[in-house]
Every structure is written in C-alpha cells, then in structure tokens.
Design a protein around this ligand. Structure first.
Ligand code: S3P
Length: 740
C-alpha cells in the first residue's frame, strides 16, 4: 500500500471502466475514500460488496460534495445530461475527468453547460475494455499496459492535468497527451470506422439473404473481419452520434479509396490491386510485430533483451548464414529504380533491409515479399518514385539513411528521414556536405545528426569528390545522386571499400566507369530489371569463423558466402593470426564471387593488423577483438577511428566488455591493444543495442570460464534474425535468458 495521493475520489457511473478505475485506485490505497454513484441500485450494492468503492450514494450532489477528483464514467450520450446537472452543483476545487471514447462532444457540451470549459476538467480516454460489462466485471488491472489518452486544452490547469496523469500511471497505464481533434480523428480511423464497416457488411449480407443461409459458407476470414460486429449496438450508436464529424471525414476518405479499388477490379488493373494488398499486408505486419509490441508491451517493460551465453562448446556441421545486408539493401533500391520486375532470392529478412523495403513502399513502389528470401520488386524507373506520406523511418539502418539521402536529393519531392536512438546519433554530414556541394538542399539535426529533411526539386550538378574517409556508404550515396546530376559525378576513395553499388549498377545495365580508386557515373541512362541472388553475408559468417577458430575441436563449413575481395579482410586477418580457413567451390553468382568456407580450430597468435585491411573488415572488428583475446600475444589495431561512429562506439564498448571479462584491452583513439592470454572470464556485459557487439560476446563464451550475460541484444534482429538458432545448431550455448 502506498500513501494516499488524494482525499476523496468520486466515480460517477459504475460500469466496467468506472468500476475498474475505482477498484484499481482503492486497492492501491491511493485515495483516502472512494465514493461511487450510479443510477442503478443493483450496481451500487454490488460495487460495495465487491470492494470497488468504500461506499455508494444515490444523490449526485452528495456524491460530489468534498470530492477531490470526480471521474465521469457514464455512457457517452448520458454524459451530455450529466454535465448539465454537474454545472448546477458546487464542485468546489474538484478536478473533473472523464473516460468517453470521443472528446470533442464532451468539451463542446461542457462549454455549453458551464459557460466555458472548466480549467480543472481534464478530458481522458482509456483505450481498454473487455467483452464483459458492468461493475461485476471491474478489474483493478484493466488499464495495466494500456494506453490512456488525455486531451487537455490550452488553459487546462497543469496541476489538474498532472494529477489525472499520475492516477492513470499508478494503474499501470501508458499515458499520452493529444489535442481533442487529433484524438477524435485517430479514434475515428482506427476504431470507429472498422466497427462501422463490420456492422455494415454483416447487415448488408444479412439483408440480402433473409434466412442467413449464406453464413453457412462463411469461413475464418468472415469471422475475423466481422468479430467486432458483435459489439454493443447501443454503445456504438452513441459513439457515432458523438464523434460524427471525425467519422464522416475518415469515411469519405475511405469511400474514395474503395472507389479506386472498384475501378481497379472493373478495369482488371492487377498492378493497383497488388500495390494495395502488398502495402496493406506490410502495414499489418508492421503493426502486429512492431507497433503493437511497442504500444502495449515494451513501454511498460525495459527493452533489455538479455542473451545468456554459457561457457564451452565447439562447432561442427554445415551452415548457411542469411543473405548479405549490403546487397539486400541495394537490390531493393536499384530494383525500385529499374524499369521492369526484379526478382531477388536470398534476401536478408532482417530489420535493416526491411526498413529499406518499407521506405520504397512508402514511396509508391510495389514490392512483394519477402517470403523465404524471395522478393519481387516492380520497378518504377528512375523518375517514378512518389513522395512518402510522412517521414520515412529507417530504424537502426545507417546504410538506408546514407544511400537514400543521395537518391532523394535528386527527386522532385521533399523527404524526411528518421531513425532509432542509435541511428539518431550517427554522423550524416559526411553525406550532407558533398551533396550540398552538388546543389542539394538538406537540413540535419544538431551536429549533422538525423533527422534529415531533403528538399526536392533541386537540379544537381556534377562533381568530383575526394572522399576524406574510406566509406562505401558515402561513395554509394554520391553515385546514386549521380544518376540524376547534370554532369558526371566521380568519387575517389582513399582506400578500397565494398563495391557492391558499382557492380550492381552494372548488373542493372547502367554504365559505370571504374578507374583505379575512382568511380564515375553519368545521368541519361536507365536501369533494366535484373535477377539477383544474394550470397550469404560474410559479416554474419565472421561470427562463426571466429567461433570455430577459438573453440577447440571445431570444424565447420559455411556455405555460399560472398567473398567479394572488398569484404574479405576478416579472412586475411584471421589467416595472419594463424587461423585454419579454406575456401572451396569458388563460383560467381550475379556478378559477386561466392565460395564455401571451411574453418577448423587453431591456436591463434596476436598480430599488428595491417591498416590497409581495415576498410575491408570494417564490420568484423568486434568479433576479431574476441579472436585477439583468445590469441597468444598482443594484437594492435590502428587507423580504425570509424569504429567509434558505427551502431555504437565499437572500440569503447568492446574494450569495456572485454575488461569486464578479465581481458587486458586498452582502447586508443583509433583502435585497440589487446593482450591475448587465452583466458576469458564470465560476467555482465552491455551490447548497447549494437547487433555485432551482442553476437561477438556470444562467441566469446566458447572460451569463457563462466556464463556471460549480454544486455541489450534486441538489435541482433537487424542483421541476423536467426543467429541464436544457427548458433545453437552449430554447437554454441547461447539463448535468450529465460528461454533456455
Ligand atoms: C555498408 C558500408 C559500411 C558498413 C556498413 C554497410 C554498405 O559502412 O560498415 O555496415 O552497405 O555500404 P561505411 O561505408 O560507412 O564504412
């Protein structure tokens, strides 16, 4: 029990919602007294019997006398009459609040009755319910992990707002504030319209077939779609009358969309139908996987996904890791800009590449899949993208943001690019600056960080850019802008970086000139659709290469791995350290070299990592640091300051974690010095939301003397969604804590 927050709470209307509010606060001891009022005598008696309230009264004036907070929980239309009665009473200093599912009507009516909206009236709406109704269904935990929307007005008393906010939070609710009309529009679209359609469809079918014969043939789809037509008709009748304007607005928009669907069916326009269905399916999946989780679960829990990596184990067997992330991103980007239909196989179904798919869907491209690695992109040509309906959210994906910025700088429309907490900290001036030199108009957040707002309608000029850092993302960004520039665009890199953009542009039939370290493109050509087979990602394979190298007795074959020479730094470095790695069955798939890689355990030794290998192994250093910790002798890395601005500061975060595990790892401004001793302890380490750090410490457990608990691992899903399953299959002992 806590100390009471308020004196007397009065709840008017002891139904499911009012009863649950009263019961929850009473059980938690947050009010000195809870008084109930209801017109129905039976409900009043039950409310006391069930401990929902301390006492009930049958007179409204008496119920309100001396109350500190008055909760109005009557049905939405009854509210109009209730407000009129309340206006004639002396409510003292009481804070008023309500639970109506439309807010505009409540505010309007309050103004009519009180002469103005009382400043201590905080309109509210808990988005919670149950099929059961009445006071006997009241549950003190009904609002736990549910949203409650408060819709204060400009002159609402801040103290009253804070108090109502606090009461709902004490009940476990996730409270948001919104303005009245926004609330009513959102609810009209997401709740009221679907109910109207469900009631309407069932009635329309039933009317046409009075004996309801046709329902004998109705299967799951009908049942799912029309479940909500079983809701309380009186309550819904009230809601539509109360939220009339917002419902009409969303209904009119929907009628226009329905009409467009009708036309598409009438004209046999499969393209439009496929576009609507794929976008809808993607939005639905996004909702159920991400938004619903975020809205109802994660908010109330910390987002900390912990991997528990138990010590020991060795690796064996044949494994195919998921598709290459860089190539997956580019397959969607170039496929969308091509003329014709591009088929992609082996696509990485990780959150980063999915963010790129969603971005292009937002810009009007029809994309089917991914389904078991297969994606079909209906290209719109270089000039066929449309403005996204709102900001494009790119999650954790730096590649999506940097490459897209080049492409969007040349479009006729404005775009805004946003990302998650990690991406929002990453430097974007490296792309914004050269793009501005070409004539692009780009606004960034403070210190050149996201969000980026990119103004359309600019004419980009050509340029030559000497890149100050070795970055494939910057190079690719400028080449994509170059597809639209008035003159040639050429980029010279200080050291070789991954060349997938160049290779894939050529694969799409677009001329690219490569001259030593300089790449040049010119506008005026088109991309033709292609078939793309995405090889397995060497960056994901790297975890198993190190794992098999350090775990005695291991012998593993990684199949169909992309071994583009701009990506194989990890193999070169491991070989220099004495690793036993053999490539076999070399072949070329869609312009990219591919091979099977056999790795057997070996005693590694520490080395000075040659600086020219740094850009060729840029994503693999976290796991290479684990290899260094297991090696004999000192490993030194220099010239890798880039690692400080990846998904996390990978030098600091790895040094911190390795030190926790008893490894002598000293960070330097541009690298790290690791004294390999072969022994690693157990302990708690933090991945800081960085997928590659989480997987690297998982690999470290193979040589650890005790379990390693790795915090903040949810982002493994950005690049390697089935990491845990493959790791277990190969012989590692890592699982989500609580699931093992
Ligand atoms: C990538 C390039 C690299 C890499 C990133 C993917 C790409 O970044 O770290 O994971 O797909 O172009 P930089 O080019 O910034 O080094």
């Amino acid at each position: 029990m806590q100390a009471p927050l308020i004196g007397r709470l009065t709840v008017i209307g002891l139904g499911l919602i009012g009863g649950s509010f009263a019961k929850g606060l009473r059980e938690r001891g947050l009010c000195r007294e809870v008084v109930g009022f209801d017109l129905d005598a039976g409900s009043r008696i039950k409310a006391v019997e069930l401990g929902v309230v301390d006492r009930c009264v049958d007179n409204l004036a008496e119920a309100c006398r001396g109350a500190e907070v008055i909760q109005l929980a009557v049905p939405i239309l009854a509210m109009e009459h209730l407000l009129e009665q309340l206006a004639s009473l002396d409510l003292g200093d009481a804070v008023l609040t309500d639970v109506g599912s439309a807010k505009g009507n409540v505010v309007r009516r309050a103004r009519e009755c009180f002469g103005r909206m009382p400043t201590r009236f905080v309109p509210g709406h808990p988005i919670a319910g149950s099929e059961r109704s009445g006071v006997s269904a009241a549950e003190s935990s009904l609002f736990s992990r549910h949203k409650v929307i408060l819709t204060p007005l400009d002159d609402t008393d801040p103290a009253a707002l804070a108090l109502v906010d606090k009461l709902w939070r004490e009940l476990g609710a996730d409270v948001e504030h919104m303005d009245v009309s926004h609330h009513d529009e959102v609810l009209a679209a997401t709740s009221h319209l679907p109910h109207l359609l469900a009631f309407g469809l069932v009635d329309s079918l039933a009317k046409r077939n009075e004996n309801l014969e046709i329902f004998r043939y109705a299967a799951g789809g009908f049942r799912d779609f029309t479940r909500i037509a079983g809701s309380d008709p009186v309550m819904w009748h009230d809601i539509f009358l109360a939220n009339r304007e917002a419902v009409l607005h969303t209904l009119d928009d929907f009628r226009a969309d329905l009409e467009a669907l009708r036309t598409a069916v009438d004209e046999g326009d499969g393209h439009t139908l496929l576009g609507v269905f794929t976008r809808a399916r993607a939005a639905r999946e996004h909702f159920s996987k991400i938004l619903a989780r975020r809205a109802y679960v994660d908010v109330m829990h910390s987002k900390d996904l912990i991997f528990l990596a138990n010590p020991g184990g060795c690796l064996s067997g044949q494994l195919r890791v998921p598709g290459d992330k860089s190539i997956s991103h580019r397959s969607i980007m170039l496929g969308s800009l091509a003329e014709g239909v591009t088929e992609v196989d082996g696509f990485l179904e990780g959150e980063d590449a999915l963010a790129t798919i969603q971005a292009f869907r937002d810009m009007g491209v029809v994309i089917e899949g991914p389904s078991q690695g297969r994606v079909t992109v209906h290209g719109v040509g270089l000039h066929g993208l449309k403005a996204a309906p709102g900001p494009i959210y790119l999650g954790n994906s730096g590649t999506s943001m940097r490459l897209l910025s080049g492409l969007l700088a040349a479009q006729s429309f404005d775009s805004t690019l946003t990302g998650d907490a990690s991406l929002s900290k990453r430097p974007m001036n490296r792309v914004a600056k050269p793009l501005r030199e070409m004539g692009a108009v780009i606004e960034t957040g403070p210190e050149g960080r996201p969000p980026l707002t990119i103004r359309g309608g600019q004419r980009l000029s050509g340029m030559h850019y000497d890149m100050p850092m070795a970055s494939a993302q910057v190079k690719s960004c400028l080449l994509l802008a170059g597809l639209y520039a008035a003159e040639k665009v050429s980029v010279t890199e200080p050291a070789p970086t991954r060349d997938h953009t160049e290779r894939m542009l050529q694969g799409f039939g677009y001329p690219v000139q490569v001259d030593g370290s300089t790449v040049t493109v010119e506008s005026g050509h088109t991309l033709r659709s292609a078939r793309i087979e995405v090889p397995a990602d060497i960056s994901s394979a790297a975890f198993f290469m190190v794992a098999a190298s350090i775990a005695p007795g291991s012998d593993i074959t990684l199949e169909h791995v992309g071994v583009n020479p701009t990506r194989t730094g990890v193999i070169s470095i491991l070989k220099l350290m004495g690793a036993d790695i053999e490539l076999s069955n070399p072949r070329e798939v869609g312009g990219e070299p591919v091979a099977d890689i056999r790795v057997r355990a070996a005693q590694l030794k520490g080395i000075d990592i040659p600086e020219d290998l740094v850009p060729l192994a840029i994503d693999e250093f976290p796991v290479l640091f684990v290899a260094a910790a297991c090696a004999e002798g000192r490993t030194t890395l220099r010239g890798a300051e880039e690692l400080r601005v990846k998904e996390s500061d990978r030098i600091q975060v790895m040094a911190d974690g390795l030190q926790t595990l008893g490894v002598n790892a000293v960070p330097t401004p541009d690298g790290i010095i690791i004294e390999g001793s072969g022994t690693i302890g157990g302990g708690e380490v933090w991945a800081h939301g960085d997928h590659r750090i989480a997987m690297s410490f998982s690999v470290a457990s193979l040589r650890a003397s005790a379990a390693i608990r790795i915090h903040d691992c949810a982002n493994v899903a950005t690049s390697f969604p089935n990491f845990l399953a493959l790791a277990e299959r190969a012989g590692m002992r890592v699982a989500v804590e609580g699931n093992s």
